[in-house]
Design a protein around this ligand. Structure first.
Ligand code: GCB
Length: 581
């Protein structure tokens, strides 16, 4: 799906602003900022804790001079599902809170008219949503005490009252989290553009269109000069002496594909780069690439998970400050603005579906597979042209060792689907939980192995010497798999400002010592293709006995102040940058 764009042929009306919001039937309509999660915009507890249907409304005015154009309403993400009404009539709906959907309005409103737009949002999570809700079975992180009569009765009561707990470790921020836009196209229009670049400068392309017309395509260099052209819906652009898109600390050179079709036009930035795996090496443009950068969340004060361009730019500048070159979109596809920024900034992305919370063994019996496949396809269709995206992640930390065959049967078709769907055929991974790795059948079959490990934190807590001993033992097991491996999560909760002459858990000193210990193990092994600390910044979670105002494993605080560990990685990754140049 193409990102909305204003150009010589298309107009965009951004509907961001202050809308009206009703938490639930009978509560007052109140002003609300869009886009942003609704949970933290009001001081009352019920807005933060609510689970159920809510409503947004605003007025939509179609400029009269848009006469004769197609009119498309695009929601970039409504979490977790949406029903859209125009003048009181349902005109569309969508399931899933992290990917865009569109509704064509051409025959529903007249240019010059004002219509009432209403969006009903459902933030509930359960066994058939991605991410997963617990349905009251087990709370995330303990506090569960199975078998105790009174606790069980309490849990039943919570279920009856509709308390809706996440099976994942981030706050269930909801609402219209990303921009809503109205845009036009001419009646005959460009529906999609697919680009497959190779290092010799040949860019295979395909343009999907609706209506009558002829396709012409130009490749423009970074100065806007035309460097290659072609005609027809499918073909090859031949760019002489191509500049490559290199991840930082290289140059993320971008070309633009200018596509025209009848009256329509679309400009798509793209990079020439190739991603490949050879043995234990992950190669970008034929050169070994070592992933180093913390995983992220879309999370900030006030906005919740709401798209915020200023925050994105600030975060990416902090990545540069850290000499970090990548992140994983843990644990859901991010707003498209972030990928567009990373294309420009040379930051590499591992793009992840919202399949998180699938740690209960029963989930292989739930009816999720087809929906999961759809979400994976939609994510790849949305993000397929971004040079910054170099790996697809099918999901995070499912159960894979209790029923290894069931896990294999669930994930392997998704792995194949990702390869079939991606025109650029990028490597695919599934992020593995700390588990009985010898029994796991699926994680070792991935193109690149991503494992999350918390030696020294959730297990062998505080004992870093033994943590190293155990982690080394596991690494010995992986060593002969002949695959590149990334330590895709590791970290220690750290309260900024808490210090100790003795480096004990939760102090800033411990966080640094923890990372030093893990670095020592990683640096000994050639097959290690990267390290991705958990997490870039502290982030909000639901309440739990292991969460002090959220997850505190950030290298930065939630308001982006560096902890000592940020300085540690800044030095470490600067020297890695130097070696790679
Ligand atoms: C994990 C999860 C991540 C959590 C993290 C933690 O393994 O993938 O979502 O936030 O551990 O801090 O416990």
């Amino acid at each position: 799906m193409l990102y909305p764009q204003a150009n010589a042929a298309r107009a965009v009306q951004d509907l961001s602003g202050v809308w009206l919001f009703q938490l639930k039937e009978g509560t007052p309509w109140r002003n609300i900022a869009v886009p942003a999660s609704y949970n933290d915009q009001f001081p009352e507890a019920e807005y933060r804790a609510y689970a159920g249907l809510s409503r947004y409304k605003t007025a939509l005015t179609i400029p009269a001079f848009w006469q004769g154009q197609r009119l498309i309403l695009r929601f970039d993400a409504v979490t977790h599902s949406a029903r859209v009404l125009l003048n009181g009539r349902e005109i569309g709906s969508h399931r899933g809170g992290f990917l865009p959907f569109e509704i064509e309005l051409t025959d529903l409103v007249q240019p010059g008219e004002t219509a009432a737009l209403e969006v009903e949002v459902d933030n509930r999570i359960n066994h058939s949503t991605l991410p997963i809700g617990t349905e009251g079975s087990t709370a995330f992180f303990g506090s569960d005490n199975p078998g105790i009569t009174a606790v069980e009765a309490g849990k039943r009561r919570q279920r009856e009252q509709g308390i809706n707990l996440p099976a994942f470790d981030f706050f269930n921020y909801a609402g219209i989290n990303r921009p809503v836009r109205l845009y036009t196209t001419p009646k005959a229009y460009i529906q999609d553009v697919t680009l497959i670049p190779s290092l010799n400068g040949e860019v295979k392309y395909r343009v999907d269109t609706e209506g009558e017309g002829r396709v012409h395509i130009d490749a423009l260099d970074a100065e806007g000069a035309t460097v290659a052209s072609a005609d027809g819906a499918e073909g090859v652009l031949r760019i002489p002496q191509p500049h490559l898109w290199e991840p930082r600390p290289g140059t993320p050179y971008l070309y633009t594909a200018r596509v025209s079709f009848g009256q329509d036009q679309y400009l798509l930035p793209f990079g020439i780069r190739e991603v490949k795996i050879e043995g234990t090496k992950f190669l970008i443009n034929g050169k070994p690439f070592r992933f180093h950068g913390p995983c992220k969340h879309e999370d900030s004060p006030f906005h919740g998970r709401g798209m915020d361009q200023c925050l994105n730019v600030t975060d990416i500048n902090l990545y540069h400050w850290l000499h970090a070159n990548c992140f994983r979109t843990s644990h859901y596809p991010y707003a498209e603005e972030m990928y567009r920024l990373c294309d420009r900034e040379g930051i590499v992305i591992v793009d992840e579906t919202p399949a998180v919370g699938m740690w209960a063994d029963e989930h292989y019996g739930w009816d999720l597979k087809d929906y999961h496949a759809q979400v994976l396809k939609d994510m790849i269709d949305r993000d397929k042209n971004h040079p910054c995206v170099v790996v697809w992640s099918l999901g995070n930390e499912p159960s894979t060792d209790t029923y290894p065959q069931k896990a294999y049967d669930y994930w392997w078709p998704l792995y194949q689907l990702a390869h079939q769907t991606d025109p650029q055929n990028r490597p695919v991974t599934l992020v593995g939980c700390q588990n009985i790795y010898e029994k796991d059948r699926i994680i070792p079959t991935m193109d690149i192995v991503f494992i999350n490990r918390y030696y020294g934190w959730y297990n062998l807590s505080g004992d870093l010497e033994t943590a190293k001993y155990a982690f080394r033992m596991e690494l010995d097991w992986w060593a002969d798999k002949n695959k590149p491996m990334v330590l895709s999560e590791y970290g220690a909760d750290t309260i900024a400002g808490l210090h100790g002459a003795v480096a004990e858990m939760f102090t800033e000193e411990f966080q640094v010592e923890f990372y030093k210990a893990m670095s020592a193990c990683l640096d000994e092994r050639d097959f290690i293709a990267g390290e991705m600390p958990w997490n870039f910044a502290d982030f909000s979670t639901c309440q739990g006995p292991m969460r002090v105002g959220g997850n505190r494993k950030g290298l930065f605080t939630r308001d982006r102040r560096p902890k000592m560990a940020a300085h540690y990685f800044r030095q470490r990754w600067a020297s890695m940058d130097e070696k790679s140049q």
